[in-house]
Ligand binder design. Structure first.
Ligand SMILES: [Zn+2]
Length: 225
């Protein structure tokens, strides 16, 4: 039962991958292969696609592409599938007793649409109301980035960010709004360069209209330096 052992091993790393991130449709044997083994296999697959398209891979410009793409898939744009890359859940005591909403806005989102494997680029706005625990501000950016680095649908990404912060902060009072362009819509198919997609998830106190309004008003503030 090698597969089960692997799953247990990942569970024991405290990453909670199976529990909290089960919404990303992963196979049970997702981590059976090492990253290096994955790169090796994907490299051949990319070469196969390019050759099937009729490209001459002996050309100097194309020669390194399969390896480059394979590394980029495993280590960068889909690196967030690897539970070891999950940002550590270090939190702090809320010493200032700041009881109001904290909003981290305009967090850059680089993700990949899982239906076309084309980029999703946009902004995430994340907020929480502390119940005694706080996280470093950059932790919110890192959590967004971790879940973005997967084949995604924007709705799931929004929910995963909220769920993770709810767990880390031990409160339901977390919200996230993402406004993003999907290149599969902007550059192909309907080719609508202007459209963007907005998704939101409001937990706990953010379900209240006034609290939600406050959060949305902060997002609208234009920050200029
Ligand atoms: Zn798409």
């Amino acid at each position: 039962m090698k597969i089960n052992n692997d799953i247990e091993e990942y569970d024991s790393l405290g990453d909670d991958h199976v529990g909290t991130s089960s919404n990303t449709p992963l196979r049970l044997d997702a981590f059976k292969l090492s990253n290096e083994e994955k790169i090796d296999i994907i490299k051949d697959d990319v070469r196969h696609i390019m050759e099937t398209l009729g490209l001459d891979l002996s050309d100097d410009s194309l020669n390194g592409t399969p390896n480059r793409v394979a590394k980029m898939f495993v280590k960068e744009i889909f690196g967030g599938l690897d539970p070891k890359k999950k940002p550590s859940a270090s939190t702090f005591e809320n010493k200032y007793k700041y009881g109001e909403m904290l909003v981290e806005k305009n967090i850059t989102v680089y993700s990949t649409c899982e239906h076309h494997l084309l980029p999703i680029v946009g902004k995430a706005h994340v907020a929480y109301i502390s119940n005694g625990t706080v996280v470093g501000l950059s932790k919110m950016n890192r959590i967004v980035d971790y879940f973005a680095k997967r084949p995604q649908v924007q709705e799931r990404l929004t929910i995963q960010i909220v769920k993770e912060l709810q767990e880390v902060l031990n409160t339901q009072d977390v919200a996230c709004v993402i406004d993003a362009k999907h290149l599969c819509v902007n550059s192909r198919g309907i080719r609508d360069i202007e459209s963007s997609t907005v998704t939101s998830e409001f937990g706990g106190k953010f379900k209240d209209k006034t609290v939600r309004r406050e959060f949305l008003d902060y997002i609208k503030l234009e920050t200029k330096f």
